[in-house]
Design a protein around this ligand. Structure first.
Ligand code: NAD
Length: 336
């Protein structure tokens, strides 16, 4: 029995997390869920977007399954997602995007894993105004040799363990000669230690163009925090949208699993959010916990439901009247 901290989150969070938990419970995995609060809802209820009890639960269990959290834009409390990743040093953000049979999208052969550095770069939280009038603002990007080395090492290890052929490092070292330059230098050093895995390097803007025109040339992509955040939304767009992309935040002794997408306030409380991204995040969590049989059963069942195209949410089939709950029921019925 694994005890997992369960944070349902804001917006569409409770709907999609209830769906994912029901499927994981039906899959044969033995998970004890310890529910905890975080995000805008927690802030409104308790005046604290990341209550002590939630931190204590995650600190004890070291594994969390989390719905999306709303972060006020341009004001208010700091992102709880970023705070959790930094506090527990969840330095590797793994975001796999693959084509699904039955989903209409631009390509049918995409299989790209973005490995994003999760604790440094422009998301280090070093932002301030330089003048009392607040008409000049500054953000500092922090890149360290140690942080770069462990994320690129992670990407190469991931490639080796998952029978991947190539790692591409994405950077902007032509302009950001110190920060991106350091990341690229370290990536080249690490790559030399993995002669069995092909290595490629691309400037981030060119990466975006190449990825849209010919995504099959990418396999594992490793990059700094903000580039990885943006690039993984691009890969989501290539395979059919944000409703499909899971993410794992992995540290040396803790891990947090979530969807790539946010709380989608535009579709909250409508029972139309696609639960696939968080269910697949649940599959990544089960693999991390060694529950491989349950993980495979769920992945097969989702693939079947999506390929049939009948019981899927409207983002995958605009004619569909299937809701989040009904899609989850269809996946449970397809578990074998
Ligand atoms: P979003 O990802 O919530 O939504 C972007 C678009 O994708 C919306 O049109 C939405 O309806 C659609 N979408 C997202 N998830 C979907 C799903 N499961 N099924 C169908 N459609 C889906 O991004 P946003 O609107 O820019 O952000 C909303 C809030 O979420 C913000 O407060 C942001 O800070 C937060 N956010 C949180 C996380 C996280 O918790 N890890 C990640 C990203 C954004």
């Amino acid at each position: 029995m694994h005890t997992v901290t369960l944070i349902k989150g804001d917006g569409i969070g409770p709907d999609i997390m209830d769906a994912a938990v029901a499927i994981i419970d039906a899959s044969g995995a033995t998970i004890h869920w310890e529910e905890a609060e975080a995000g805008l809802g927690a802030y409104e209820r308790h005046g604290d977007a990341l209550p002590e009890a939630t931190l204590a639960s995650f600190a004890k269990n070291r594994v969390a399954f989390k719905g999306p959290l709303t972060t006020p834009v341009g004001k208010g409390f700091r992102s709880i997602n970023v705070a959790l990743r930094q506090q527990y040093d969840l330095y590797a953000n793994v975001r796999p995007a693959k084509s699904w049979r039955g989903v209409t999208s631009r390509y049918d052969d995409v299989d790209i894993v973005v490995v994003r550095e999760n604790t440094e770069g422009l998301y280090a939280g070093l932002e301030h105004y330089l003048t009392p009038k607040k008409d000049i603002a500054e953000s500092l990007a922090v890149i360290t040799r140690q942080g770069s080395e462990r994320i690129v090492e992670f990407a190469f290890r991931y490639a080796r363990e998952n029978q991947r052929q190539k790692v591409t490092v994405c950077h902007k070292a032509n302009i950001l000669k110190y920060t991106s330059g350091l990341f690229l230098d370290v990536a080249r050093e690490v790559a030399a230690r993995y002669p069995d895995i092909a290595f490629d390097e691309k400037i981030i803007d060119a990466t975006c163009m190449h990825m849209v025109m010919n995504p099959a040339q990418f396999d594992v992509v490793v990059t700094t925090n903000m580039f990885g955040d943006i690039l993984s939304d691009l890969t989501a767009g290539l395979v059919g949208g944000l409703g499909l992309l899971p993410g794992a935040n992995i540290g040396t002794d803790a891990a947090l699993f979530e969807a790539v997408h946010g709380s989608a306030p535009d579709i909250a409380d409508k029972n139309i959010a696609n639960p696939t991204a968080v269910i697949m995040a649940g599959v990544m969590m089960l693999q991390y916990l060694g529950e491989h049989t349950a993980a495979q059963r769920i992945e097969r069942a989702i693939a079947q439901v999506i390929a049939e195209g009948r019981y899927v949410t409207p983002d995958l089939n605009p004619q569909s009247t299937t809701g989040t709950r009904e899609m989850a029921e269809a996946i449970i019925a397809a578990l074998r």
